[in-house]
Design a binder for this molecule. Structure first.
Ligand code: ADP
Length: 865
């Protein structure tokens, strides 16, 4: 039995030692008594090292308390054993899961011995842990997916981007609210619709867009994402918008089952970009010129057609005038817009959009230009007709403002049929106006700067000219010298091509041109002297005492149409005529001619007037000087004439006196000596006395007549008489005085109202001359005859010695004698007095010279006073 027991114990020991499972024996407190190799290997200690340590020491600190508790309960007999899966700590620090199955073997009266079966359950434990973790993760993932789904839905609902899905037949499977709103549909209306046919059927240019060319289709074919920018999509109401869209394929495994398309409306972006480019062009275009007119043209042509089919620009000048430009996108209609601004100036007080924009400084947007508005803009029928022909549809009047000042307005108009101007377009137009106003302001400032520089230069030039005039006038003594200075300086000061100076002859009421430069000689000759009443620039200027400035050939044509031919030859440009006046008295005028039109700015007019003023004074001085010189010469001549006269008179009076006295003394001496005169010789002496005393009497009456004439005291005593009878008497007396001449009388009774005594004096004088200057005798013819109605003539013709050509012009002058023959001549007063008497009758006395010789005098008289 013992042997059996021992044998059995050996078997048990061997089994204990070789068992694959870890087995340990401990005391009641869990302190190791023995461990097998497997246990030792499991816990990482040799069997030798373990005794002294307890089972609880092997347990992980976290599990140790529970282990101690369970051991104490087995020891106390409360439980027979326990199984605990706990973490265990190896000496090398590694942790493993151990399943400890502990049974208490209690011998009576002893504390129990504990048998511990230990098993490494790390693998199972980890597998269990993993399994537990996967489940939790799964649940977590599901939550995340749900959250993401909700987020995505919210995103789809909230995004401004339009998103819709289609299946392989292009039919809409879903659409977000933004897609529906952008396209103008309800969401339900989109579902199931062929989206290409619904919203993508035409291109921007209006051509059809075949479905098989649509890029969205490519998403199906290639499986790749597509991005397209700039194509239009069509709304339910037929309008379209520029879009950018992206499309991505929808996959089920490897199979493409549809596509998702997201799109945005790029209209605003495109507009903003276009506006930016436009404004950049505007800035560029306006920065290139400082010329106002060019700037205005540029503004007009930049605005059209981008901001309007046509446009007008009105500028309010600082001096109140208006400057206008216009442009039309169609060149064939440009003339209409131009004629609007040229012919119908803007009435700033009018109740219409553009004047209102200028007055208030705010843009006026006229969405629809209707008939009522047209009537307000164009009260005149012609204005209205042109405006209607332009068919305006919608209009903007935008003020032009720079440095806080309203310069005018720009008017933009679109033809009928276009949508009304939008607020965005009004803002863009205001931007354009802002830049345009700046450019206009700059151009004006530049122009002003240029002008003031020019003005300063001109002022210097003017002063130089006026100084030059003063210098030259200082040495100009005569009227002719002054006229020379005047014409030269006037031409030089204004750069004129031709000029003339004319002086007024107040007595003759005529204008004498005394100096010309630059006119053709025949024209100069033709207009040497013109009546002051004639219609010429110079005569008008003299009559009115006002300067005359005609800026172009056209202005001259309006005022002097009758001088067209003259202009064609002398130049068809501008002309000026300025009066020459001193103390309000007009002496004449100066005229200048230009080959080109000219504006005559105020300073140029002032310069010409200043030159004229200076020269007029110099002219006055010169003519006073000349008049004084003439008066002196005349006085000297008069003294000489008087002296000559006295010597002639003394001589002439002496001759008959000597003869008279000689004859008388001869008779007296004869009587004293007792000479007995026969009757014939006595008669002869007395006849001499008679002839000489008559001659004396004639001479004395001639002298008296001359002094009466010069004093204006010779009066006529008119009566109606028969001229023939008057001449007949004179002939009879003359014939009685001359035996050597045969005086014939022809004619008939002719009644006239004359002074018969004075007229007989004339005829007697002519007959006496005819006798005197026909020393060889011969026939003399006296005639009385009627001329044209109202006139009668008396003629005395002799065949005497005649008058040589050089003397003929002077025979009617006082004291003039054509024949230096004292024997024949008298005082040289007879013809002078005769002509004066005839002229007092309102008639004429002239001499003619028959080819056969001799002289013929003709008195022509009006028959009624
Ligand atoms: P006079 O007293 O010298 O004749 P008149 O005035 O009558 O002066 O004439 C002026 C001059 O005209 C004369 O001196 C004479 O030379 C010339 N004359 C006048 N009548 C005739 C004539 N019939 N034939 C020639 N010479 C004449």
């Amino acid at each position: 039995m013992t042997a059996n027991i021992t044998a059995n114990a050996d078997v048990l020991r061997a089994a204990f030692g070789q068992a694959a499972n870890g087995i340990a024996l401990t005391d009641a407190k869990g302190c190791f008594l023995d461990v097998n190799a497997a246990f030792g290997a499991m816990v990482g200690s040799t069997a030798v090292a373990l005794p002294g340590k307890s089972l609880a020491d092997l347990a992980h600190p976290d599990d140790r308390a529970e282990m101690l508790h369970l051991i104490s309960r087995v020891r106390d007999g409360i439980i027979a054993g326990f199984v605990l899966e706990h973490r265990s700590l190896r000496p090398d620090g590694t942790i493993f899961w151990m399943k400890s199955s502990v049974s208490g073997v209690r011998l009576p009266g002893h504390l129990p011995t504990l048998i511990v079966f230990g098993e490494d359950v790390t693998e199972r434990k980890e597998a269990e842990a993993t399994a537990g973790r996967s489940w939790a993760e799964m649940e977590e993932t599901l939550k995340v997916v749900e959250r993401q789904r909700r987020e995505k839905t919210a995103l789809l609902e909230a995004t401004a981007e339009g998103i819709y899905g289609i299946d392989r037949d292009s039919q809409c499977t879903f659409a977000n609210p933004a897609a529906a709103a952008l396209l103008g549909y309800d969401r339900e209306e989109l579902l199931g619709k062929d989206m290409h046919q619904l919203i993508h059927h035409h291109r921007a240019d209006g051509t059809t867009y075949p479905a098989d060319e649509c890029p969205i289709r490519r998403a199906f074919e290639t499986g790749a994402a597509v991005h397209v920018d700039g194509e239009v999509l069509w709304r339910k109401d037929g309008s379209s918008f520029v879009s950018a869209y992206s499309t991505a394929p929808l996959l089920d495994g490897d199979r493409i089952v549809g596509a998702v398309i997201s799109f945005v409306d790029r209209t605003e972006e495109v507009r903003v970009e276009r506006d930016r480019v436009f404004l950049a062009e505007v800035s560029d275009g306006l920065s290139t010129s400082l010329d106002l007119r060019e700037t205005l043209d540029r503004v007009a042509h930049l605005a059209v057609p981008f901001l309007g089919d046509w446009c007008q620009i009105y500028l309010v000048d600082p001096n109140g005038a208006l400057q206008c430009r216009a442009a039309h996108g169609q060149s064939s209609r440009e003339h209409l817009v131009r004629s609007l601004v040229d012919r119908f100036p803007l009435d700033l007080a009018a109740d219409s959009p553009t004047p209102a924009a200028v007055r208030t400084g705010s843009t006026v947007l006229q969405e629809v230009v209707d008939a009522g508005l047209l009537g307000k803009i164009a009260p005149e029928s012609e204005h209205l007709r042109i405006l209607q022909a332009l068919e305006p549809g919608t209009a903007l009047s935008v003020p032009l403002r720079a440095r806080g000042v309203i310069l005018g307005a720009i008017v933009l108009v679109r033809d009928r049929g276009h949508p009304p101007y939008s607020a965005a377009e009004a803002r863009l137009a205001e931007e354009l106006a802002r830049r345009a106003a700046l450019a206009i302001d700059n151009a004006r400032l530049y122009e002003a700067a240029q002008n003031s520089r020019l003005r300063a230069e001109r002022a210097v030039e003017r002063t130089a000219h006026l100084q030059m005039v003063s210098v030259e006038l200082a040495s100009a003594l005569t009227v002719d010298d002054v006229a020379g200075v005047l014409v030269d300086q006037a031409l030089a000061a204004l750069g004129a091509r031709a000029g003339s100076v004319a002086l007024l002859d107040t007595e003759a009421n005529a204008l004498d041109v005394i100096r010309t430069v630059g006119y053709p000689p025949d024209a100069v000759e033709r207009f040497q002297r013109v009546s002051a009443e004639a219609r010429f620039p110079l005569t008008d200027c003299v009559r009115d005492g006002e300067a005359l400035f005609l800026r172009s050939g056209a202005e001259r044509e309006v005022r002097y149409p009758h001088l067209r031919e003259l202009r064609a030859r002398n130049g068809d440009g501008a002309m000026a005529a300025v009066p020459l006046s001193v103390n309000g008295r007009v002496l004449g005028a100066v005229g200048v001619n230009f080959p080109e039109p000219r504006d005559f700015p105020p300073e140029e007019r002032e310069l010409l007037l200043s030159i004229a003023r200076q020269c007029a004074q110099a002219l006055e001085r010169a003519s006073l000087y000349e008049a004084e010189k003439r008066a002196r010469a005349a006085a000297e001549a008069a003294v000489q004439v008087r002296e000559e006269f006295l010597s002639i008179a003394a001589h002439e009076l002496k001759t008959p006196l000597t003869s008279l006295r000689g004859t008388a003394q001869l008779l007296l001496r004869g009587i004293d000596k007792g000479v007995s005169f026969d009757l014939a010789s006595l008669k002869q002496r007395i006849a001499i006395i008679d002839a000489q005393s008559r001659k004396l009497s004639v001479l004395v009456s001639q002298l008296l007549d001359v002094s009466r004439l010069e004093a204006g005291r010779l009066r006529l005593d008119r009566r109606e008489v028969d001229l023939f009878a008057v001449v007949q008497d004179a002939v009879a007396q003359a014939q009685a005085r001359s035996e050597g001449h045969a005086i014939q009388l022809r004619g008939e009774a002719t009644r006239a109202t004359v002074d018969p005594i004075r007229l007989e004096q004339v005829v007697t004088n002519l007959l006496d001359n005819a006798i005197k200057y026909s020393p060889d005798g011969g026939s003399i013819l006296a005639e009385v005859f009627s001329l044209e109605p109202g006139q009668a003539a008396i003629a005395v013709t002799d065949s005497g010695i005649g008058i040589s050509v050089e003397h003929r012009p002077h025979i009617f002058d006082r004291f003039y004698q054509a024949h230096a023959n004292a024997h024949l001549s008298g005082l040289g007063l007879g013809l002078y007095i005769s002509r004066q008497i005839v002229e007092l009758h309102g008639g004429t006395l002239r001499a003619t010279f028959p080819a056969s010789g001799g002289t013929r005098f003709e008195v022509i008289l009006p028959v009624h006073s």
